[in-house]
Design a protein around this ligand. Structure first.
Ligand code: KMH
Ligand code: ZN
Length: 277
């Protein structure tokens, strides 16, 4: 079992939009490039070093278009120095080629989804050949991969990619917990997943819905990193919508500070994550 010292630096990620939440769910969802940039800057001020980014068409539907990502990244760059981590997961049903649209923008980081799962009533398909193709493309874009693991076996798949030379150490794991149809979050699950990652790797937890707050606090307590935001959870409290992702980041940051964890800024996070500066 790898024990990360609780006083270790904390990287907070804000997942500000995602592909599934709509304005019918919450009016606080950013959609346009300007709204995404404003929200990214608010999250940075609240303590986020990384923005996990999706983009939307003007009608609010999910997109992986290079052009829309380019516009959003440009606007975010005008306002703030956050690390931009683009999604390569997109929305269920998109082709792999479509999902890779943002890599043409050469983002600092990109997600690599490490396996297939039931995703609510849909199937989020990531075949083994697809995972390898996406890993190669992330590397060709000069981006650092964040390994999205929705099940324990996805960690083992990432380790296979490392052995095959498709990933370089140190690895960065995101344990995405609580997707309906996949593993549910609990302390035992987090401890087991953490026990499966190699020494020197970093790990974070992104938990869905009502699990977001307790799992964020657990990850922070255990010395891991954490992701919050509207992509995964739209509520601040039961029945109270969060007015964007920044209040969720601020609450996680306050909790971390109460435990003595240092919240790192984007430049420090770049060093920790091995992103060239
Ligand atoms: N929207 C989900 C189907 C990622 O960003 O890489 C996939 C997702 C993961 O959001
Ligand atoms: Zn995502």
């Amino acid at each position: 079992v790898i024990v990360t010292p609780p006083e270790s630096p904390l990287v907070l990620t804000a997942a500000i939009v995602g592909a599934e939440v709509t304005r019918a769910h919450t009016p606080y969802l950013p959609i346009t490039a300007q709204e995404l940039a404003d929200e990214a800057a608010r999250c940075r001020d609240a303590g986020a070093a990384v923005i996990h980014l999706h983009v939307r068409n003007a009608d609010g539907t999910a997109s992986q278009s290079t052009e829309l990502f380019g516009e959003a990244i440009g606007r975010i760059r005008e306002k703030t120095d956050v690390i931009i981590q683009t999604s390569t997961g997109g929305a269920v049903g998109m082709s792999v080629e479509e999902r890779l649209g943002p890599l043409a923008c050469k983002p600092e980081m990109a997600t690599l989804n490490c396996g297939t799962i039931n995703f609510g009533d849909d199937i989020f398909v990531n075949t083994r050949p697809d995972i390898r193709a996406i890993a190669r493309r992330i590397r060709e874009a000069g981006s650092i991969a964040e390994l999205e693991c929705y099940e324990v076996g996805h960690i083992h798949e990432a380790l296979s990619l490392l052995k095959e030379g498709l990933l370089g150490a140190p690895l960065h794991f995101q344990f995405v917990l609580g997707v309906p149809g996949a593993i549910m979050p609990s302390e035992e699950v987090v401890l087991f997943m953490r026990s499966q990652i190699p020494a020197g790797a970093s790990w974070a937890v992104a938990a869905v819905g009502r699990y977001q707050r307790p799992m964020t606090e657990l990850a922070i307590k255990l010395g891991g990193h954490a992701r919050v935001g509207l992509e995964d959870n739209i509520y601040l409290e039961k029945g109270v919508l969060s007015e964007g992702s920044a209040p969720l980041v601020a609450r996680a940051a306050a909790y971390a500070r109460s435990l003595g964890r240092e919240i790192v800024d984007p430049d420090r996070a770049r060093v920790l994550l091995g992103i060239p500066t």
